[in-house]
Design a protein around this ligand. Structure first.
Ligand SMILES: O=C([O-])CC(=O)C(=O)O
Ligand SMILES: [Mg+2]
Length: 218
């Protein structure tokens, strides 16, 4: 078998594990309690989107939100990974958008139903190019920003995360084995808001990467 190219991990069909409410200021803006343990949900690999193709608003939603997040790419498989060696399992990073049909999520929350329709639809996980681990020596202290049509909407530091990357890798790998090519979305800082057809979303990790996507409807 030929070795797979980790810089194109999104083609491998591996899982996307998302952490919710990992920034207190975002938990507050959606009137959620500050979590005492990580909130987890999943996206399928069919959610991936690369620059050059548009984000598609699901036909059943009228309030699609952006959430800019740091993504952690797993380079070494493991289960029950100790916090102390967690960073040895990281191959690199991507900037991600956790696109969320907020109206549907609110409906699911009120009915006690899972968030799949709100979070896991096609194009719900736009990602930047792969960023090798050594390009971000301290992933717990980078600035994430996001603009819609040139207006700043989100601007926060990963230093505000409630649960650190090593904590999350340990917590998740006790429940779900991590495999090479898996991606962990680490949660969004405050400032989430709605986007419409024809909007342009630009986002970046300060000094490291930028990406942009347009929004479309079928
Ligand atoms: O607000 C939500 O839907 C939870 C979430 O994904 C986050 O905090 O990043
Ligand atoms: Mg999110």
């Amino acid at each position: 078998m030929t070795a797979r190219n980790l810089t194109r991990f999104w083609e491998w069909g591996r899982k996307i594990i998302c952490v919710g409410r990992n920034y207190a200021d975002h938990a507050k803006e959606l009137k959620n309690a500050i979590p005492t343990e990580p909130v987890l949900f999943l996206k399928p690999p069919s959610a991936y989107l690369k620059e050059g193709s548009p984000i598609i608003v699901p036909a059943y939603s009228s309030n699609l939100h952006h959430e800019v997040e740091l993504g952690v790419v797993i380079g070494k498989s493991g289960r029950g990974i100790p916090r102390e060696s967690a960073m040895d399992h990281v191959a690199g990073y991507v900037l991600c958008l956790d696109m969320t049909a907020r109206d549907i999520q609110e409906e699911c929350k009120s009915k006690g139903l899972p968030w799949t329709l709100a979070k896991a639809f096609n194009t719900s996980c736009p990602v930047s190019e792969f960023i090798p681990k050594d390009k971000i020596p301290d992933p717990g202290n980078v600035t994430l920003w996001l603009k819609v049509n040139d207006q700043m909407r989100q601007n926060g530091s990963t230093s505000q995360m409630i649960f650190s990357i090593p904590y999350l890798i340990n917590y998740i790998s006790d429940i779900i084995s991590l495999e090479e090519g898996d991606l962990i979305l680490t949660g969004t800082p405050k400032g989430v808001s709605g986007v419409q057809e024809h909007d342009e979303i630009t986002a970046g990790i300060e000094g490291i990467v930028t990406m942009s996507f347009t929004v479309d409807r079928l």
